[in-house]
Design a protein around this ligand. Structure first.
Ligand SMILES: [Zn+2]
Ligand SMILES: [Zn+2]
Length: 275
């Protein structure tokens, strides 16, 4: 807690431009490290040693990966901007951010994380569906879907317009719903990590997870991979709640590889069999 207070004090001395550059570095480096680790562990290793299930037979081209990294570094720039607004507002006490857990207690600490994830997921689901309307798709979302088979580097590969749509939701919530600074850092890091995992091209989670409650409720790489291949299903970000409720969930086919007959085939081959 003292560290957070010191961080707040330290940032008060900085100009918004320095804060912006520092935040950009944090966002971009965090993306590069997470994506780099998954790239090395899954795509660069001897396939015999990789225990995760590969979701595609083809290897994405180097040109595609280069373009994903370029778009992602541009998106990081946009993600850093609302961070500056929050920190500037925090200096004047104008946000719901707090540093002392005792102010609302531990139960609220964890409940607020779940609430933020659910609200972010809800916002993402509906804006994502809208972005699949033909005109909006061309303008905002086409770049992300250039990765027909996503890779860890696809995590932030968005057109700047789409990044803007996505960048302001958490910062806006911070003005309305109290959130501990540590919870905010956790949510932002989870956002990056889950995006890398869901685009990594491999299903890294074990069968017990996929078959059980977590797999039935939380989005995984196999689930999101199917969105990149079929477009009109699996729009969610973290949870399958909205997809299930709105009839856009296609998990049964995404997890087809869990049935013994499909075990040796990549998911992309088994997934297209039924809609
Ligand atoms: Zn995606
Ligand atoms: Zn999409």
């Amino acid at each position: 807690m003292e560290m957070l207070a010191a961080m707040q004090e330290g940032m008060m001395l900085e100009s918004p431009l320095v804060t912006f550059l520092a935040l950009y570095l944090i966002v971009a480096v965090r993306y590069l490290v997470f994506a780099g680790v998954f790239h090395l562990a899954l795509w660069q290793r001897d396939p015999q040693k990789v225990r995760a299930r590969k979701l595609t037979a083809q290897r994405p081209s180097k040109d595609l990966v280069r373009s994903e990294v370029r778009w992602s570094l541009l998106a990081s720039l946009i993600y850093a901007f609302p961070g500056v607004l929050i920190l500037e507002a925090w200096k004047t006490g104008g946000t719901g951010l707090y540093t002392d857990v005792n102010e609302y207690g531990w139960l609220y600490f964890f409940a607020s994380i779940l609430l933020y994830l659910f609200l972010h997921d809800t916002y993402f689901y509906w804006t994502h569906r809208l972005m699949h309307r033909p005109r909006l798709f061309r303008l905002l979302h086409k770049v992300h879907h250039e990765s027909r088979q996503p890779t860890p580097w696809t995590a932030f590969s968005f057109h700047p317009y789409e990044s803007i749509v996505g960048a302001f939701v958490i910062p806006a919530l911070v003005f309305v719903i109290p959130l501990h600074v540590g919870a905010l850092l956790f949510i932002l890091t989870l956002m990056t990590l889950s995006s890398v995992i869901n685009h990594c091209g491999f299903e890294i989670l074990p069968d017990w997870w996929l078959r059980g409650f977590p797999g039935r409720s939380v989005i995984t790489a196999a689930h999101h991979n199917l969105h990149h291949q079929r477009y009109a299903c699996n729009y969610g970000l973290y949870f399958r709640f909205w997809d299930k409720l709105m009839g856009t969930d296609a998990l049964e086919t995404a997890y087809d590889f869990l049935t013994p007959s499909a075990v040796s085939r990549p998911v992309s081959e088994t997934a297209g069999r039924s809609d």
